[in-house]
Design a binder for this molecule. Structure first.
Ligand SMILES: N[C@@H](CCSC[C@H]1O[C@@H](n2cnc3c(=O)[nH]cnc32)[C@H](O)[C@@H]1O)C(=O)O
Ligand SMILES: [Zn+2]
Length: 434
């Protein structure tokens, strides 16, 4: 038998109701086989969910996982200054081994806080895919291309690399890795390169992911140069569509919201990063009202500064109310829906719901804690009160990744030690070069 039974707890159903049930997992297919009456099924392996809530593993729709190495390295600056003065000079020194160490750290952090899938934009992506494979999580990866500051040959090579990596790594790690073509943003990739390479990505049927409308500094130059709003410019470049999702979408006008809705383009909302870099407040309720699919992401650990998706759900609910000036905006159900079904839609994975046939990507949240007492409404708790450290077990593709708060696929202590070493050496190299 290759079944796993997550037994003895309550289960969050796709309609966001909660019931007492056991979840039967078919480890062969990696799917949920059934959600059954408590005590009516048995299996070769059991995970104890008593006193807990079984939820779909959270899905982190946008980030840069290896940036865990830069956590706390540079804070308290706006995006442009932060990237140009602090982050890019250090990233220029990053080796493939650094990125492997940072990716492992980020993945361990996500497994520990109940995240089973993430979307990532970075480089040395083969090493990130390798970490994903060993850790057992699910990821949508890609090589992020930047052309500003590069000569024509280097710029074209970077764009080509984004295409090549997306083709090569698609379906890696037994299908747990899929890919996107990734121009970094509309201001860090020149128009000529977008005109040349976006059609190639479309031809190859590659989904597309890029940063858009994150800060006002990113909007104004496009309006000045093209006389178009950034997403109108993106539409003109054939960048929008059902298999495109943009990160951020903070500064959007009404035309752009409609463009997103009409083209089926998704938005990965990153509330903590937007607050920390003072980028602005994404109009999340307006996007949802217009029918835009919104997922939730942490962005990199250097602008957050953690990868706990529960924090992000709470931030999304909070800042969504501020942005709409309405305490009824982005209610708990909406926030929970975004980090599960919404993010799953963006990533193109059949996760984010505990239901027969869906991927068995699950987390069990321990409810026996003072900050989760009493339990009037567990969806409210998931949005406003649960923390990543409340997660007891994590399962992805039917395999147990964390049991009783202990990560079983990677050695947490070794991963932390290796990452600390790489981070220290990296910063020494970068600062020594000045
Ligand atoms: N720096 C590389 C490739 C970029 S990877 C993705 C980039 O996104 C950067 N990044 C992280 N967070 C954000 C954000 O919020 N907005 C824009 N870029 C970000 C990150 O530091 C990283 O440099 C090159 O020059 O070719
Ligand atoms: Zn980002």
């Amino acid at each position: 038998m290759s079944d796993l039974l997550v037994a003895g707890g309550q289960v969050l159903r796709p309609d966001l109701t909660v019931e007492r049930a056991d979840v039967l997992v078919d480890r062969e297919s990696g799917d949920v086989a059934d959600v059954v009456e408590p005590g009516t099924a048995d299996a070769a392996e059991r995970l104890d969910a008593s006193g807990g809530l079984v939820i779909p593993g959270l899905i982190n729709a946008h980030g840069h996982v290896a940036m865990t190495l830069l956590r706390g390295y540079a804070d308290d600056k706006p995006l442009d200054a932060w990237l140009q003065e602090d982050i890019w000079p250090v990233e220029a020194e990053l080796t493939a081994d650094d990125i492997a160490a940072g990716a492992e750290l980020g993945i361990v952090e996500m497994i520990k806080s109940g995240t089973t899938a993430f979307s990532d934009m970075y480089f040395h992506v083969d090493r990130i895919a390798d970490a994903v494979e060993r850790a057992g999580v699910r990821a949508v990866l890609g090589h992020t291309a930047v052309t500003v500051g590069k000569d024509d040959e280097a710029a074209r090579a970077d764009m080509q690399r984004s295409l090549d990596v997306a083709k090569e790594l698609d379906d890696a790690a037994d299908g747990r890795v899929t890919t996107t073509f990734q121009p970094h943003s509309l201001t860090t990739v020149g128009e000529e390169y977008l005109r040349e390479f976006v059609p190639k990505a479309r031809e190859a049927d590659l989904p597309i992911h890029f940063h858009a409308n994150e800060t006002e500094n990113e909007v104004d130059p496009i309006v000045d140069e093209h006389g178009l709003r950034p997403l109108e410019y993106a539409a003109d470049l054939d960048l929008l569509g059902e298999d495109t999702y943009v990160a951020h979408g903070v500064h959007l006008d009404e035309t752009e919201v409609e463009l997103l809705a009409d083209t089926g383009t998704g938005v990965a909302h990153c509330p903590a990063s937007n607050m920390k870099l003072a980028s602005g407040m994404a109009p999340v309720q307006r996007l949802r009202d217009a029918g835009v699919t919104v997922g939730i992401g942490t962005d990199g650990a250097a602008s957050n500064n953690d990868l706990d998706a529960f924090d992000e759900v709470r931030d999304a609910a909070m800042i969504g109310k501020l942005a709409a000036e309405d305490a009824g905006a982005v209610p708990a159900e909406a926030a929970v829906e975004m980090v599960t079904r919404g993010s799953a839609d963006l990533l193109g994975v059949d996760s984010g719901r505990v239901e027969a046939g869906a991927n068995a990507d699950l987390a069990v949240v321990d409810l026996e804690a003072p900050h989760l007492t009493p339990a009037h409404d567990l969806v409210s708790h998931l949005a406003y009160a649960v923390r990543g450290s409340d997660v007891r077990h994590t399962v992805c593709a039917g395999e147990v990744l964390m049991r009783d708060r202990e990560v079983v696929t990677l050695d947490e202590r070794a991963v932390r030690e290796r990452a600390s070493e790489h981070a220290r050496d990296l910063v020494a190299r970068a600062e020594g070069d000045d």
